[in-house]
Design a protein around this ligand. Structure first.
Ligand code: NAD
Length: 345
């Protein structure tokens, strides 16, 4: 915690409901810590604590670069979302969140859904993304990723036009499927893969796209490789096999390690940093803290285009990789009292 400057780690246990959870607050320098709650069958408590700390830190960076007046936090519940959900589990978790008096604000993440947020919200006002407040943030995330892709195209080719661009989408889940539809509308040629073949086939049939196996997707010759499934997809194994000019997708923690970000940089592949392009969901959710304004949400999501362009410009000017430029901006903004909000630079 000291190494990465975390503020708080709350470990929650309740035998009656079976709840085992952890809430990490990385930074409240910009405001209360916002980040979703993940439910996952972690194999150990240590694994869960490591994950919640990593995820909370990433939220500080994401919220700072998105210009939100919020810090970064995250929650994890240890359990299988297919088998271990119950009303009491989420209500009990909600009462733990309430103890933090608004310094941690939750929403959905992998393994949780708007109905779970309803149960949490029955115990605390610090839960967003409930069924009555807008629901699934995935479409907003997909819209933001598309803006990031356009900024990367513009930076590389001088045109943000998606028509005729070949885009390889890894993962046809909530964000991936919506993103495919948005890209197809603009005339992109799609190559799709999902470990659940039915999901890939379904969306490909709808859009006239090509389906490839999960092993092949990282090797497709394309303009953009869009990771929309797991983290750590840019790793020792995949780095040398990529045949794309740009990497831009929804997945969190796309780079397995920093060295893989430098690897992309040295191969001349433009990487649009994950937490910059996938901020549409948190922008959508954070808006619920104000009076919800769909136009303002859309404007902020479109702002991801300008933010990415500015990051690419700064990176080029300083001769650094774009993910390093994004981190620098975030870290500058995480200094308590920083007033730098909307515009990058
Ligand atoms: P999801 O679970 O709905 O979809 C993920 C899809 O990826 C599933 O269909 C799954 O079968 C597939 N998949 C898993 N491993 C794969 C592999 N090796 N190859 C191909 N497909 C594979 O999740 P989602 O909500 O669409 O989120 C996708 C990614 O985006 C996640 O990393 C998530 O953390 C990140 N993200 C999501 C949001 C959001 O608003 N949902 C916001 C920010 C970031």
């Amino acid at each position: 915690m000291e190494e990465n400057d975390f503020e708080q780690l709350l470990v929650c246990q309740d035998r009656k409901s079976g709840l085992k959870a952890a809430i990490a607050i990385h930074s409240t320098a910009r405001g209360p810590a916002l980040g979703g709650t993940r439910m996952w069958p972690y194999s150990s408590e240590e694994e869960a604590f490591n994950d919640v700390l990593h995820l909370a830190r990433a939220m500080s960076y994401k919220n700072a670069v998105a210009g939100l007046p919020l810090g970064g936090g995250k929650g994890v519940i240890i359990g299988d979302p297919e088998k271990d959900k119950s009303e009491t589990l989420f209500r009990t978790y909600g009462s733990f969140i309430d103890r933090l008096q608004g310094w941690y604000i939750t929403a959905e993440d992998a393994g949780t859904c708007p109905e779970d947020m309803d149960l949490i919200a029955s115990q605390t006002r610090w839960a967003l993304g409930t069924t009555s407040s807008g629901g699934d943030p995935s479409p907003s995330t997909a819209r933001g990723v598309k803006q990031g892709m356009k900024a990367a195209l513009e930076h590389l080719y001088g045109t943000k036009d998606l028509a005729g661009r070949v885009i390889a989408v890894q993962g046809a889940g909530h964000v991936g499927a919506f993103l495919c539809r948005l890209l197809a509308e603009d005339g992109a040629k799609l190559v799709i893969s999902d470990i659940n073949r039915d999901k890939a086939d379904y969306i490909a049939a709808e859009l006239g796209a090509t389906v490839v196996s999960p092993e092949e997707i990282t090797e497709v010759s394309c303009d953009i490789f869009a990771p929309c499934a797991l983290g750590a997809v840019i790793n020792d194994d995949t780095l040398g096999r990529l045949k794309c000019s740009i990497v831009a997708g929804a997945a969190n923690n796309v780079l397995k390690e920093y060295k893989h970000g430098y690897g992309l940089f040295h191969r001349g592949i433009l990487y649009a940093p994950d937490y910059v392009v996938n901020a549409g969901g948190v922008i959508f959710v954070a808006d619920q803290l104000e009076s919800h304004d769909p136009e303002r949400v859309m404007r902020r999501i479109h702002g991801i285009y300008d933010t990415c362009k500015e990051i690419f410009r700064l990176a080029e000017k300083d001769g650094i990789a774009p993910f390093v430029a994004a981190d620098r901006i975030a870290e500058r903004r995480m200094v308590k009292g920083s007033t730098e909000n909307e515009a990058v630079g």
